[in-house]
Design a protein. Structure first.
Length: 255
């Protein structure tokens, strides 16, 4: 990473998709965690600090001096490219100054809207190298859409991160897929554990319910048996009373 205060400086025109893309990319890059194996190899767990004027500049200061200082302390320049970008004199100055400080090979163009021919500044596609204008193919990430979609931004940020970490994009994408797979497996394990716990609880509740049913059935049988015994006792008592009554009726005749 060197001694750079900022890993990258984001240059963008304020408002609309330009600002949306800049803000979204800024948050994603600063929160991105480098895959563990690659982090151990590179000796860094995060991309590093990203400069965006709204977040970094003090409210009362010389704006141009602070911009110039931040550009000088940035390893890369990320340019949010739309057809409106070239309307911003500030952005054009930032590109020009950074090319003088770091050269064109540390500029990353992010296509947020329009076609490259309309959105990429001429200064990026035709930089002056050793006193001569040279046509170059800029390192670019494509996040175009009605508004730059976050899902697409997540994929394209890897292209930007790969450039800033000086590693291959395919290598980083493969490691990211492995990390997502591990997260999926971990999430699946948690889900499986939750399901097992739910099933175990259901089994316990079912056993408890069966026990309650058995207890209730036993109580019902005991109650029914007691009722039968009571009825039998009443029947025997009634039979005995009838026999006594018949016996008393027959006594006069016997005399």
């Amino acid at each position: 990473m060197g001694n750079w205060k900022y890993t990258a400086f984001i240059s963008y025109r304020h408002g609309g998709n330009d600002e949306f893309a800049a803000k979204t990319l800024h948050n994603m890059l600063e929160n991105y965690r480098v895959p563990a194996k690659l982090a151990a190899k590179l000796g860094r767990k995060k991309v590093g600090r990203i400069f965006r004027d709204v977040d970094e500049l003090p409210s009362s200061s010389s704006l141009y001096n602070n911009i110039e200082e931040a550009l000088g302390q940035s390893e890369f320049l990320i340019v949010i490219c739309t057809p409106r970008l070239q309307e911003s004199k500030w952005c054009m100055r930032e590109i020009e100054l950074f090319q003088k400080l770091r050269g064109s090979d540390h500029i990353i163009a992010v296509l947020a809207e329009g076609e490259p021919v309309d959105s990429f500044p001429y200064a990026i596609t035709h930089p002056v190298i050793n006193g001569q204008e040279v046509e170059v193919e800029s390192l670019a990430a494509d996040v175009r859409g009605e508004t730059p979609a976050k899902q697409k931004m997540r994929v394209e940020q890897l292209r930007i991160v790969a450039a800033m970490l000086h590693c291959e994009f395919d290598q980083l994408r493969q490691r990211e897929r492995q990390r997502q797979l591990q997260r999926g497996i971990a999430a699946g394990g948690v889900s499986f554990a939750v399901v097992c716990a739910f099933l175990a609880m259901s089994v316990r509740e079912n056993q408890k319910l069966q026990k309650q049913v058995q207890t209730a059935y036993k109580q019902f049988e005991e109650t029914a048996m007691k009722l039968r015994q009571v009825r039998q006792q009443k029947a025997l008592a009634l039979q005995k009373e009838v026999e006594i009554h018949l016996h008393d009726l027959m006594l006069p005749h016997a005399r």
